[in-house]
Design a protein around this ligand. Structure first.
Ligand code: DX5
Ligand code: ZN
Length: 219
């Protein structure tokens, strides 16, 4: 039982022909954050959107913008994402040869710093940056696309990360990203997750706002 589980609908699955309506739906729903997926076609085999959409989100969104950078050389763009209203910025460990520096760079600009790990990347890569973390995103699909199937091993990975966090007294949040639905949400929270991203499950449902409430009601 975790009363504080946060739900972050992924804008990637919103209707771009009517993005304003979907932003308002999230504003008025029980969702906690907007999850914003930025893809560069190099780190992941897909492109999503960039600063024009971030600017639009910044104007309308009334909840924190949780920016997930699936891009190479993310340090080049941190300050622009800060300017366009990000509350959290997460970089991929696999894309950062100087991860410690990247995290410090984000925090120094007044934004919460996160690291995302691909499904095959061990939690242990974080061993020496525990103090620098506000958020860890465990990818429960291979990044690049919404609507993929949840990778079950993420449950063990979540437990392992939560144990390490508690052993050292770290305070970062654990976020699960990819294939989250009402069938796996509770076990993820029981394993130690604090934030659940939901794209396809929310936006392909007939009543997205109600689906968000259903997810919130599981905990
Ligand atoms: C995947 C993205 C996810 C995605 C989640 O590359 O990082 O945030 O939008 O979407 P669903 O919930 O549909 O798997
Ligand atoms: Zn994401």
């Amino acid at each position: 039982m975790n009363q504080k589980t946060l739900i972050a609908p992924s804008v990637l699955s919103a209707n771009f022909l009517n993005l304003g309506a979907d932003i308002q739906m999230i504003n008025q729903s029980q969702a906690d954050w907007f999850h914003v997926d930025i893809m560069d076609g190099v780190f992941v085999p897909n492109l999503s959107f960039g600063f024009p959409v971030m600017e639009a989100l910044k104007k309308e969104a009334q909840k924190p913008l949780d920016v997930h950078l699936m891009i190479v050389e993310p340090d080049r763009y941190i300050s622009r994402f800060v300017e366009t209203g990000a509350s959290h910025i997460s970089v991929h460990a696999e894309a950062c040869p100087h991860l410690h520096r990247s995290l410090q760079n984000i925090r120094q600009q007044g934004v919460k710093a996160g690291v995302a790990l691909n499904p095959h990347t061990p939690n242990q890569i974080l061993e020496h940056v525990g103090e620098e973390l506000d958020l860890v995103i465990l990818m429960s699909v291979n990044p690049g696309f919404g609507g993929q199937k949840f990778i079950e091993n993420t449950l063990r990975k979540t437990e392992n990360l939560a144990e390490w966090r508690s052993k050292h007294g770290y305070s970062f949040l654990i976020e699960i990203d990819g294939g989250v639905n009402a069938g796996n949400a509770k076990s993820l929270v029981d394993a130690g997750a604090d934030v659940l991203v939901a794209g396809n499950f929310v936006f392909s449902s007939s009543n997205p706002s109600q689906t968000i409430s259903e997810l919130k009601g599981l905990f």
